[in-house]
Design a protein around this ligand. Sequence first.
Ligand code: SF4
Ligand code: SF4
Length: 623
Amino acid sequence: MLKPENLADNMTGEVAFLLGNEAVARGLVESGVRVATTYPGTPSSEVGDTIARFARKSGIYFQYSVNEKVAYEIAYAASLSGKRSFTFMKVVGMNVAADSLMTSAYTGVEAGLVIMTADDPSMFSSQNEQDNRHFSDLAHIPLIEPSSPQEAKDFLKHAFELSEAEKLPVLFRTTTRVSHQRAPVTFGDVASGSGKSTFKRNIPQYLPFQPYSSRMKNELMEKMARISRFSDETVLNQLERKGSGKTGVIVSGAAYGPLIDVVNEHDLDVSILKLGLVNPLPEKLVLEFLGNHKEVVVVEELDPFVETKIRSLAQMNGITTSITGKLDGVFPSSFEYTQNVIAGSLSKILPVDAEHVDAKPHTEIPSRPPVMCPGCPHRGTYYAVKRAVGMSKIENVIYPSDIGCYSLGVFEPFEMSDVLLSMGSSIGTAQGFALSAGQTVISFIGDSTFFHAGMPSLVNAVHNGAKMILVILDNAVTAMTGQQPNPGSSMGSLGDPAPYARIEDLVASAGVEKISIVDPFDIKSTMRAVTEGLHFDGLSVIIARRECAIYADQKKKKIAPLVPYYVDKDKCTSCRNCVEKFSCPAISVDSGTVSIDPKLCDGCGLCSEIYVCPFRAIKSVEA
Ligand code: SF4
Ligand code: SF4
């Protein structure tokens, strides 16, 4: 298996079995990209993890930025300075970047600029399944959509060429199936990328004020009209298969793979027009395709984005070919398209054996809710907050939560999460509850999320006199997506030592008067801080600080093996507090006997605290 650090090497013609996200990273090398930025988020995270491994030797500047908007702005400015630039993010990250993206379409770019959105049909790791193809309509920028890891690499090159030719940012959309699929990828040449570059002042081009902005809008529409004509000729849009002329299928993105499987399995007599440059639509190509078939089926995941455009095009050109897709209810508008989903839908109109088709969007597998890792400091924080609230006798506490590992506080035994919208929303919603619900409010946010979108909301809370407790769970990294650094980490994007922001200083300068810094492994102190916050008439912030267990264990294991804990059977009373109220996955009960699995235990020792095991029955193997 090829190591990520070797992905930038010259290997023209060689084939490697790559993850879609690794293929994207390789695509940057073959496209001569010089600046890449991101905020980590599944399903795009591995792109950054891979670039970080080869950035230095490939000459690519790579950065984990504080949020997607900043990431995009850095890439945009690098493009204006003459360097091909790339920024990538998970599906909901586009909402954050969109503010700057919209206007950058007006100003245009210089060197190629591509923004990748990793969409997540079926919401495997996202809070909604928004279809980000709509951003290409909203911003009037071209949209390219690969259907496989090979295309993810190859299409990127086309995206940069198009961006540079028309001086427009290009939207590059993958979905989880493309990002996380492994497939053989053939390498092309490594591109050298531009060397020295400069920014040339051009006020009428880069400052969207009137009268410049009206001219910019007109130019933007002209660019899209030109790209529409280009869309008819590009290799990205291809007639992949020719049938007898009765039925044609127009497909885009990740739906192509399962569609081909269904077509081959059932030996269907269909032509297939595959779209890679999806917006603007290749109108001439589509009109010809419609004219050559009696019926045309549009296959695409999520919204009827392509279908709506095709129906409109047919109507404007008086074409009466029957069009089938989502809008007539044949295909579903939600969730990932598997082979079964496509076969189930096609069986309504084509000779596909529906009896052998399970059209349910998900395969039935036993539910396995995610859990906090053994040794996770968040467990200590939630345990202490829950105990302190219980002892205070305050009822109906509202717990707004946020995006990160600590979202898992919603599950048993803690059940301390009442509402969650987006990055940083815990602090905004907490203020709304504090002023309107008449109940105590304790909100939770992680360090990375606090930097990403929580800080403005905290300033707002202070300025408007919100009465609430904010718990900032500071584990030093962006843990949920793979322990990437954030501005509070002492390491930079490539693992080197870096200056870092101190959360307590930021919180204090926002005007928060009551700040406690606790170690969540010190349950007594954490409980005391919560109790004080509950009795404080104002806004109090508790910073619960301890490194992510996985991140800390990686470092500890380099020095010595982890030493697990065990349950002393002579002292254990089987009270089950450690199992039912604390719930570390390393602790279990078998036939009434409580034990710790030494393979799972990371030796954090938190369960040995008297607040967890009142009988001091849990001990270190080493003691
Ligand atoms: S908390 Fe202590 S005494 Fe109670 S079951 Fe767990 S190990 Fe045994
Ligand atoms: S020491 Fe206790 S809390 Fe820590 S990982 Fe082991 S079993 Fe879990």
